[in-house]
Design a protein around this ligand. Structure first.
Ligand code: HEM
Ligand SMILES: *[C@@H]1O[C@H](CO)[C@@H](O)[C@H](O)[C@H]1NC(C)=O
Ligand SMILES: *[C@@H]1O[C@H](CO)[C@@H](O)[C@H](O)[C@H]1NC(C)=O
Ligand SMILES: *[C@@H]1O[C@H](CO)[C@@H](O)[C@H](O)[C@H]1NC(C)=O
Ligand SMILES: *[C@@H]1O[C@H](CO)[C@@H](O)[C@H](O)[C@H]1NC(C)=O
Ligand SMILES: *[C@@H]1O[C@H](CO)[C@@H](O)[C@H](O)[C@H]1NC(C)=O
Ligand SMILES: *[C@@H]1O[C@H](CO)[C@@H](O)[C@H](O)[C@H]1NC(C)=O
Ligand SMILES: *[C@@H]1O[C@H](CO)[C@@H](O)[C@H](O)[C@H]1NC(C)=O
Ligand SMILES: *[C@@H]1O[C@H](CO)[C@@H](O)[C@H](O)[C@H]1NC(C)=O
Length: 348
């Protein structure tokens, strides 16, 4: 599998090293669509690359986050993609997603292109998994063999999304608990948090750290004193809660290990990032230090953990369905009650 991509700046990205994923996992398989949709990966890659390099440098981050929020809610089954209707309680309105989850239009574009090439065979859950993987690779990160064969859910569950998706101000033990529920361990928690090496977060997700933190009358002491005033200026106490900050202030759009070196100098944006390094005696610190010291080690662990996350309770065989439209259950003619909030628009 030699993937060749020419970016707008003319650099050549060659997917030469496939890390992790050497063995099939559960019922998923790397060759699932080899006969039925041989061009699948290049179709997905082409559309993600076009959007990423021409209109939206943030889209890769947004797509991998969609995959994560899909997998943590009843498994990687495309449930997050379903719009709100009279019969579907859309996960798009869960706390972590409302005005925040984005990239749905790009998934629609990919689905349309895939349906054109190979009608009725590729699930939305698999499209999301491939899009997440390509997003990492196209942003300078590792590539790995994606396992495929997921099918799409017939349901969505907003309260489950509220229950299982971790929040940015939860303590380390709570983050760990939510990963453990999904079969992910401490090193998975740290490596997957490394996805915060790209993308953005709104002021509302970290502002409690900047001023009267935890009723102490002072900012969070685990923020670097040169970083703190920058964040306070961007996100003043009574300012616009939707303003965006880079999750990785060093290389905002690149997929690399700077997320971890930032944590070592107290430049983690979210509390849930910084606790991985700053919590006294935490067993996450050794992984932060390892990944900061050795990018290859981070890339290998990240690929392994992504495959593990992608294997959370997939629907396979004849369970679920292959949706024709990622936003809708097949044959569902109930009324859409979607309110298209600004946060969902891919070009923002
Ligand atoms: C450890 C628990 C995690 C917490 C508490 C968390 C929380 C958050 C929050 C609050 C945001 C900002 C959302 C906004 O302001 O609209 C965010 C963004 C993001 N998260 Fe996480 N996250 C976690 C783990 C992960 C994982 C496991 C991944 C992927 C493997 C991931 C990928 C991303 C990406 C790429 C963004 C930027 C999205 C964009 O720019 O559109 N996060 N996360
Ligand atoms: C989702 O649809 C239900 C049923 O039509 C409706 O009551 C609810 O207000 C909708 N939710 C949102 C956030 O649009
Ligand atoms: C989602 O966000 C919109 C716009 O801010 C808000 O009006 C709505 O109440 C939120 N929905 C939920 C379910 O929190
Ligand atoms: C949705 O998730 C909640 C919380 O996990 C659970 O209690 C409820 O039974 C689920 N609803 C359905 C219809 O599966
Ligand atoms: C987490 O699980 C992986 C296998 O999935 C294993 O290689 C790794 O050692 C585990 N990490 C910890 C901290 O237990
Ligand atoms: C917040 O303050 C309480 C009470 O002093 C303390 O127990 C808790 O650990 C603090 N939380 C954080 C995140 O610092
Ligand atoms: C708040 O910031 C967001 C993101 O920059 C912007 O789209 C929005 O228009 C701003 N709202 C106000 C009231 O200024
Ligand atoms: C804060 O960041 C600067 C670089 O901007 C670094 O030199 C310094 O060591 C950091 N402080 C701490 C306490 O990590
Ligand atoms: C960095 O990690 C890679 C992958 O785990 C390993 O092969 C290599 O030996 C490590 N390099 C150093 C200098 O430790």
């Amino acid at each position: 599998m030699g993937f060749l991509i020419i970016s707008k700046v003319g650099a050549v990205f060659l997917c030469a090293f496939l890390v992790g994923g050497s063995v099939a996992f559960g019922q998923l398989s790397p060759s699932f669509y080899d006969e039925t949709c041989p061009l699948l990966a290049s179709i997905v890659r082409g559309i993600v690359a076009r959007v990423l390099f021409t209109t939206d440098p943030r889209i890769g981050a947004s797509l991998i986050r969609l995959h994560f929020h899909d997998c943590f809610v009843n498994g990687c089954d495309g449930s997050i993609l379903l719009d709100n209707t009279t019969t579907i309680d859309s996960e798009k309105f869960a706390f972590a997603n409302n005005n925040s989850a984005r990239g749905f239009e790009v998934i629609d574009d990919i689905k349309a292109a895939v349906e054109e090439a190979c009608p009725g065979v590729v699930s939305c859950a698999d499209i999301l998994t491939i899009a997440a993987t390509e997003s990492v690779y196209l942003s300078g990160g590792p590539c790995w063999t994606v396992l495929l064969g997921r099918r799409d859910s017939l349901t969505a569950n907003r309260s489950a999304a509220n229950e299982f998706i971790p929040g940015p101000n939860e303590p380390l033990e709570e983050l760990r608990r939510k990963f453990t529920i999904q079969g992910l361990n401490t090193s998975d928690l740290v490596s997957l948090s490394g996805a915060h090496t790209f993308g953005r977060a709104q002021c509302l997700t970290f502002r409690t750290r900047l001023f009267n933190f935890n009723q102490t009358g002072a900012p969070d002491p685990t923020i670097n004193t040169t970083y703190l005033p920058q964040l306070q200026q961007l996100c003043p106490e009574n300012g616009n809660a939707s303003v965006l900050a880079n999750l990785d202030p060093t290389t905002p759009d690149g997929f690399d290990n700077n997320y971890f070196s930032n944590l070592q100098i107290l430049k983690g944006l979210l509390k849930s990032d910084q606790v991985l390094f700053s919590d006294e005696g935490a067993d996450t610190v050794e992984f932060v230090n390892k990944f900061s010291a050795n990018q290859s080690s981070f890339f290998e662990s990240f690929a392994d953990s992504m495959i593990k996350m992608g294997n959370i309770s997939p629907l396979t065989g004849s369970d679920g369905e292959i949706r024709a439209n990622c936003r809708r259950i097949n044959g569902d003619s109930s009324t859409s009650t979607e309110t298209n909030y600004g946060g969902f628009v891919a070009t923002m």
